[in-house]
Design a protein around this ligand. Structure first.
Ligand SMILES: Cc1cc2nc3c(=O)[nH]c(=O)nc-3n(C[C@H](O)[C@H](O)[C@H](O)COP(=O)(O)O)c2cc1C
Length: 184
């Protein structure tokens, strides 16, 4: 691993306010392609990546997600309200990782988690700001009209990454707790 890669890992943070500036399509493609390079248990790649940059679809996810979150998760809704009441924080794009249920001792969520890590780090390396986000899944409940429109058939929302340019540059990640590491 190069020191550049380590610097990108150290720089990534959860950005919760974005400029309107769109993310160029070639960058979105590069980032999504980094996502599908992720390792997966027995190389089953149980995912599809959906690159969303259409303003109407982003708006639908925001509106429907907030409405469903409010009904389903009072604490989560209060958390979003305390952060300005915007589920997608004004991000101009997102990559959704959708997964397929497969018979296996290895949870597909592990595979999806590695994909979003690849996506967030690739985007950070390219100068974007990101936020790994589970709450947008509220908008894409299995069987819902919006899920049918956005997600490939047979795949459910697993996790997403919001992508864009920070409204206020200079955000910082959580303080890493190196005491959580032991050496045997
Ligand atoms: C699985 C997962 C789901 C998350 N979902 C959300 C979310 O829906 N909204 C949000 O603002 N942040 C979300 N986060 C971001 C975390 O809150 C954030 O990574 C954590 O507070 C550490 O801060 P940092 O990323 O800035 O270091 C999520 C992170 C993970 C790993």
């Amino acid at each position: 691993m190069t020191t550049d890669t380590l610097a990108v890992i150290a720089r990534r943070y959860a950005c919760r306010a974005y400029q309107d500036t769109p993310v160029p399509a070639d960058l979105l493609r590069t980032i999504a392609e980094a996502g599908v390079r992720a390792p997966s248990a027995v190389n089953r790649q149980p995912w599809r990546l959906v690159v969303v940059s259409d303003k109407t679809v982003m708006g639908d996810i925001e509106t429907q997600g907030l409405e469903n979150l409010r009904a389903a998760d009072e604490t989560g809704y209060a958390r979003i309200q305390s952060r300005g009441g915007r589920l997608l924080y004004g991000a101009p794009a997102m990559i959704i990782v959708a997964t397929q249920a497969v018979e296996s001792p290895f949870p597909v969520a592990l595979d999806a988690g590695i994909v979003v890590s690849h996506v967030a780090l690739a985007a950070t390396a390219l100068g974007l700001d990101t936020c790994v986000a589970a709450f947008p899944g509220q908008a894409l409940q299995p069987g819902s009209p919006l899920a049918a429109k956005v997600l490939p058939a047979g795949f459910d929302f697993a996790i997403s990454v919001l992508l864009g340019y920070a409204a206020t540059p200079g955000g910082t990640p959580h303080e890493p707790d190196f005491a959580k590491i032991s050496y045997v």
